[in-house]
Design a binder for this molecule. Structure first.
Ligand code: ZN
Ligand code: ZN
Length: 691
């Protein structure tokens, strides 16, 4: 029937009829069919263009909306109006497509619509989603008449960009100019206070909330509870919560999270009981919060009990329950719980649920069991984008850049469309394996072939890739050409490269930016000081260390841990608190001679104190990762590999030492530092000495 109408269309059927049919098909929700109808209309009206563009965004296909708008601009003789521009601005917002967002903004200016407030607000919101605060501020400044939505969108943009201080300033300016914050403004600004841990500002806002009677609004009170909880003021979170006469499920769940965040699992479980007693229908959300909360607080047994309890009440744990619990199992201590949940998934036939399987893949990868992840991934009957991304990231984490690239290729071949996360995974994989040309190619193809605009993280990945391979000038060039403000990770990557390749000049530049962006991060000072030490610029190195002292910044203490027979043992530098300390130091002494024979040379660049050579070598011997490795090797219990975890970056000398140790003792040693996994075997490391 419709086919008949379609063919009629081509033969001069009235324009009106065709557009009516399009509207009808669009209402039925059949987008593919609607597109066919649309494509047959010789010159679609502005309404038809707008309707189809809007429909794409509504159905979660913003890229299609954007493409269609481009062809509208190319092919149609019509000019866009505010409704069409509003619609496509929403599309750009929902997929955070900065390049297109800028084009839409240009069109708004070109067609003299820049003083339209509603459109302006949509542009501010769009730039906010693209994390491009410069654009949002520009649109905002250009609006002759502003309303509370303009102000709220602007400050949300700053919150979204992580510029919480600026967001609070905007909030202040808003008050000065006489605008009254509404519930949206309040729930948007409160996270800025949590982010800055600025309890005083949070309290002021709370005062405003009380004075203006917003305290019964569920969004505002939830944001307040969350703010107090994140500023470690659980007492006040509880007061706000108790003041709300009726607790809806959203607010109750925020309170549950607040308890867990502050380590009060007991209170959380009490609240859960109260909720069931008061007949508040416990939804999956509530169960999931408590189960993942328990796991996060290390109460794995409790979590598993709750899982059982939930089933008894007739609620079958769904994939969200599983996936909210599993990621928390990714620390070494939780591998056991992770395995139990794995068994649970198998028993309950939940393997068909892709989300569960994907969470398992990630959990095993983070626990250092990449081979299990690979096995589960290969068994999946079909894979969605999240599954592909997870497996790509898993490989990148373990330094298997080649495999990450191969998976990416397979993913493209299977017809899946890569998204922003995919590219972060692939690029970081390339960077850990020094696949420079491949990485550059992937980066270039992002917006050209896949319509994914590189964001600040992708740039940081690329800069990391170039820096690790010693192409520091090129990396610096990319930083200078970034369309957004370079982030700390971008400068940090350059600084890291400068340490490895001993580039003092660029190191200074990178560090000076880092000192501005994150003045309290000790890592930057240590890296710069190491660069100076490497170049034998002792005075400058000691100047940096003095700077740290005067600013009161202390180096985060390094620690490493290892699990032996279900117990976790932690070591700090020079630690002698372990029962087997004597054995550990003797072992390190003995192995030192053996690894030296195998070719290991201690690299004393990593010791900052002004000691003589022999003392320096001794100082290297007591780094936490060496102690943990020695302890692991002394307590092998027949295992052929050991797994050590470290909170900071592994030091260069320990890296070298462990490489040779793995060769001498013939045991595989896996070290996860704060950046990645290192698999040491037969005298080499999977990171190929770059991390
Ligand atoms: Zn070390
Ligand atoms: Zn390594």
């Amino acid at each position: 029937m419709q086919k008949a109408i379609l063919s009629k269309l081509t033969s001069n059927h009235s324009h009106f009829q065709a557009e009516k049919l399009l509207k009808h098909v669009l209402d039925s929700g059949d987008l593919a069919r609607a597109r066919q109808v649309f494509d047959k209309i010789p010159e679609p009206s502005l309404y038809s263009w707008t309707d189809l563009i809007t429909a794409y965004t509504k159905q979660g296909l913003p890229h299609e909306s954007i493409k269609l708008y481009s062809s509208f601009r190319d092919k149609s003789s019509l000019l866009p109006d505010r409704v069409l521009l509003l619609s496509v601005a929403k599309a750009c917002a929902s997929c955070a497509h900065l390049t297109k967002a800028r084009e839409i903004h240009e069109d708004v200016v070109r067609f003299r619509l820049q003083s339209d407030r509603v459109l302006g607000n949509a542009l501010i919101n769009m730039y906010g989603k693209c994390k491009f605060y410069e654009g949002a501020q520009l649109v905002f400044d250009g609006l002759r008449v502003k309303d509370v939505i303009s102000w709220t969108s602007l400050l949300s943009c700053y919150v979204n960009c992580g510029l919480s201080k600026r967001a609070l300033e905007v909030f202040g300016e808003m008050g000065f100019t006489g605008f009254k914050a509404n519930e949206m403004t309040l729930s948007s600004i409160l996270p800025a206070c949590s982010d800055l841990k600025r309890l005083s500002s949070g309290r002021e806002i709370h005062g405003y909330v009380m004075r203006n009677k917003f305290d019964e609004n569920p969004f505002v009170s939830s944001a307040l509870v969350d703010m107090y909880a994140r500023c470690s003021s659980l007492k006040h979170a509880k007061l706000v919560f108790d003041n709300v006469p009726r607790h809806d499920i959203v607010l109750s769940n925020v309170m549950l999270s607040a308890y867990f965040l502050n380590g009060e699992s007991g209170c959380a479980l009490n609240l859960l009981d109260q909720m069931s007693a008061q007949g508040v229908p416990l939804n999956y959300e509530s169960w999931n919060t408590v189960i993942s909360g328990c796991v996060q607080n290390g109460e794995n047994t409790q979590a598993l009990e709750l899982l059982a309890q939930m089933q008894k009440q007739g609620l079958k744990p769904n994939h969200i329950t599983i996936t909210s619990g599993l990621p928390a199992c990714s620390s070494l201590e939780c591998l056991r719980t992770g395995k139990q949940i794995h068994a649970f998934i198998s028993r309950n036939g939940m393997f068909e649920d892709m989300t569960c399987t994907t969470a398992l893949i990630y959990m095993y990868a983070k626990c250092g069991k990449l081979e299990v992840s690979r096995h589960i991934f290969n068994m999946m009957p079909s894979r969605d984008i999240v599954a592909w991304n997870t497996m790509i990231i898993a490989n990148s984490m373990h330094g298997n850049g080649e495999e990450a690239l191969m998976l990416y290729q397979n993913m493209l071949n299977s017809g899946s469309k890569p998204n922003s996360v995919t590219f972060s995974g692939v690029l970081s994989g390339c960077s850990h394996s020094r696949l420079v040309e491949e990485g550059l190619r992937v980066f270039d193809s992002m917006s050209r072939d896949h319509l994914v605009e590189p964001d600040a993280d992708h740039y940081a990945n690329l800069i990391d890739l170039l820096s690790r391979s010693g192409r520091l000038k090129e990396a610096y060039g990319y930083i200078q050409r970034m369309p957004m403000e370079p982030t700390a990770s971008a400068w940090g990557a350059l600084l890291g490269g400068c340490r490895v390749y001993k580039n003092v000049e660029l190191g200074r530049i990178a560090a000076s930016h880092l000192f501005e962006i994150e003045p309290d991060n000790p890592g930057n000072y240590v890296l710069l000081s190491n660069i100076f030490v490497g170049a034998k610029l002792w005075e400058e190195a000691s100047h940096i260390r003095k700077l740290m002292e005067t600013k009161g910044i202390s180096k985060l203490p390094g620690c490493s841990w290892i699990q032996v027979k279900n117990k976790v043992y932690t070591f700090s530098v020079g630690d002698k608190s372990n029962e087997q300390s004597d054995k550990i130091y003797k072992f390190l002494n003995d192995i030192s001679d053996k690894v030296r024979l195998a070719g290991y040379l201690p690299n004393t660049d990593f010791v900052l104190q002004d000691l003589d050579q022999e003392e320096k070598e001794e100082a290297l011997c007591n780094h936490s990762e060496k102690l943990a490795v020695a302890f692991g090797l002394l307590n092998l219990n027949g295992e052929t590999s050991i797994r050590v975890f470290k909170n900071l970056r592994i030091c260069g000398d320990c890296h070298n030492f462990i490489k040779f140790t793995a060769k001498v003792v013939g045991v595989q040693i896996i070290v996860r530092d704060c950046l990645r996994f290192h698999h040491f075997k037969d005298g080499t490391c999977s990171c190929k000495d770059f991390w």
